[in-house]
Design a binder for this molecule. Structure first.
Ligand code: HEM
Length: 156
């Protein structure tokens, strides 16, 4: 039987994940140049920042203080950073997690990454989550929300 993969349980696991992820990103055709040429990322500071970021997300320690939205919003006027780039980023992230880890925290970090990719993409590109796009509501939902709205307006 092959050895089961370990779960992500501490900072050293996160360091391995982050190093491995950015090794791939740096070489990636779609994303590499955004880091290397557009943002000219200082890897010596970016990598420890990302260890802290993910440690904060997963274990509520790590002390990350920053604003991921602003960091990515700054990139939007400089390069294409739309759905294609975010989907690809997420795919590489999920593949990297699955290469090294399996378990509850491994699943959790992938779901957090997917949620944040969705939010960051939505905010910087002004795209709503399709689940909440009024164009995608069913007639039944539309009627229900209209009723709710009119009740609410009467109350206030
Ligand atoms: C198309 C997808 C993405 C691209 C091209 C991208 C690129 C970048 C770049 C170039 C930086 C700035 C590095 C620097 O100048 O120091 C950065 C920072 C960062 N990114 Fe991303 N990113 C992407 C998606 C994401 C997602 C989905 C997340 C979260 C799950 C994320 C989390 C972060 C964080 C936490 C920082 C540090 C922000 C700070 O300065 O505090 N990124 N990213």
């Amino acid at each position: 039987m092959p050895n089961p993969l370990p779960d992500l349980v501490d900072r050293s696991g996160i360091e391995l994940l982050v190093n491995s992820f950015y090794d791939t990103v740096r070489e990636d055709e779609t994303l590499g140049f955004i880091f290397n040429e557009v943002a000219k990322v200082n890897w010596e500071t970016h990598l420890p920042k990302m260890y802290s970021f993910w440690e904060t997300v997963l274990f509520r320690s790590g002390g990350y203080k920053g604003n991921p939205l602003v960091a990515h919003a700054k990139l939007a006027p400089l390069t294409e950073i739309g759905k294609k780039q975010f989907d690809h980023w997420l795919q590489l992230f999920e593949e990297t997690v699955d290469t090294h880890f399996a378990g509850e925290n491994a699943g959790h970090i992938k779901r957090c990454a997917a949620d944040m990719a969705n939010v960051i993409h939505g905010k910087i590109n002004g795209v709503q989550d399709p689940k909440f796009d009024p164009a995608n509501l069913t007639p039944e939902q539309r009627a229900r929300y209209a009723k709710y709205k009119s009740q609410h307006e009467q109350e206030s």
